[in-house]
Ligand binder design. Sequence first.
Ligand code: FAD
Length: 492
Amino acid sequence: MTQHTAVIIGGGIAGLSAALALQERGFAVTVVERDPSPPASVDWSGSDAWRRRGAPHALQPHVLTARLRNAVNAWYPELARALREAGVWEMGFAESVHPAAKADYRPAPGDEDITILMSRRTTLELAMRRYVAGAGVAVIVDGVKAASLLVDDDGPPLVVRGVRLADARGERDVTADVVIDASGRFAGFADQLRAAGARVSEEQHASHSAYFTRHYRLLPGQRFPGVYGLPAAAFGDMTVAAFPADNGAIVVTIGAFKDDPLLFDALADVEVFEAVCRATPRVAEWIDPALSRPTTDVMGWANMDFLWRSLVHDGVAQARGYFLVGDTALRSNPKYGRGCTCAVIGARLLAEVLAEEPDPDGRVHRYEAALRSAFRTEWDELLAVDAADYRRFQVTAGLVPGSLGDAVRSHFQDLLLHRAMLCDPKVQRALLRGFYGLGAPSAWTRDPEIWARIAAASVLPRSKARVARRYAGRPSRAQIAEWTQARSRRAC
Ligand SMILES: Cc1cc2nc3c(=O)[nH]c(=O)nc-3n(C[C@H](O)[C@H](O)[C@H](O)COP(=O)(O)OP(=O)(O)OC[C@H]3O[C@@H](n4cnc5c(N)ncnc54)[C@H](O)[C@@H]3O)c2cc1C
């Protein structure tokens, strides 16, 4: 029997996930990656020395959801073992219950599923790629760019037969039964298909978010502090987070908004960044010089959006033999941490469809239907949350006048995020299931008991109130403005 072939454009998380899923279903897989191979000298601990020009966001924080962790454990146990050996670790629900709330915690069935993976993206990706190459899952061809698709353009549907590759030696063509486009957020192949007559549609919504990130490393003999509730303190105008990652690395990020007249410029400055972190107790303990030292500068990122791309127009498949996986297919604002989850699960859905469906158009329809069923409700909900977050920012930063409704919503959010999430394990469980992809993000809103518990968090016993007050601390905008001005005066 002839073996089917697949060429995958891009060796990021989505490309490697597609390789794993397709090889399992009998495909001979080649991954083409334009970045050079990671030097053999890059080890797990120093994975951030691996320069990823093709994925420049690789040093930004990556939350790896419980949905992702559970899928990897179930589908790829050997990979899960390789990740653990590389230093990727699991943070379970029980250990994220604050000591002040421990007495109220009653373990419930399913709590063990609320476990996330903690890692830098570079370590996760390096371990995945070494596993894929080492276990003979795919041939990875590094340092070679896919320049264009090989297309029979007498469609629609167009038929994609392979890829034209380009490197220092020149160009050459590779044909395959299927071409998987895992080339990420900067992908340009949809434009080539459009130019050839395909109607490739996109729903795209800009997000106003921006990240400022600095990496730290635990000093010898030190241990991570506890992570309780969420690893982040969310305020209207910024979210300040410390993520304990692999091999003693700590990723500290402040999420802000691009049109914030104060924070967007201020946070790129390392002194202001550190001052904000030191004045935010939830994060301050992580960057205490007695615990850790910085290993990078502050790295900014402001290219975030929601995207849903489709190769079906008016019920007609627009391209045969060509499939989108990962960020080329769909993405949401990275602050919701869904990208790697959609990449791994989406790749698996594609492989299932390709194995079961021989009809080329049927494959396109069934794959898009599977993606919709797996991710669309969540994508829509996150888009609505994003719009509400942006509105809250505008009011907090004084860019638009706030209404009574805004004030009530803001108060409720503070109760939820700074008090109930920390002090009531039942609320924490309900919220984290949605945050970490185990149910619709809004599922908790349909449970009256959770609403009642959030309301009850406005009056807490003294010990819990003390914890909640401390964790809700932050510097005021006036204070940050003062630090910024002082910094500018010193620079003059
Ligand atoms: C700031 C930021 C923070 C994020 N945080 C999270 C998070 O917390 N949790 C989470 O799950 N996800 C997060 N994501 C998203 C996550 O990184 C991606 O969704 C996920 O890694 C899947 O990406 P990908 O493999 O599709 O694309 P990429 O990671 O962009 O990989 C694409 C690969 O294709 C290669 N390539 C591109 N063009 C070509 C070509 N022509 N020929 C050959 N190779 C090519 C590139 O070099 C690259 O290696 C974040 C993203 C950003 C921007």
